[in-house]
Write a protein that binds this ligand. Sequence first.
Ligand SMILES: [Zn+2]
Length: 131
Amino acid sequence: MTPEDAVTAPDNTRCQATTKAGLPCRALAVSGSPFCNMHGPTARAIQALGGKHRANAYRLEDKMSPRMKNVVTLLSNAAAEVHEGRISPSQGSSLATICATLVKALETAQIEMRLSVLEVKLRGDANGFED
Ligand SMILES: [Zn+2]
């Protein structure tokens, strides 16, 4: 909701719930409902989904290499900078292209490393060694 909505929205489109602070909720009601998303019958499900998505994002971040985390941070910052007009969209695009190339190189290096490990293991097995 924008500040303009807060001024111009009629009361009958406002959520009819009361906040924890005891004040009327200022959010707009969902169409066909007297409540906003956070106070309606699906509020608990929506909140649970939000928590689950956050937890998944954290788990995903744990599995990223430090280099990959740097790329994600760089791209997130670049997106914000393009949005705020601090860098041009073409500068943002260039950065994204460079990052995509870097990620591809990192992926290739990782696959080659895993393949080498498998090749060494296969040679060991063929020679009757056990690990
Ligand atoms: Zn509400």
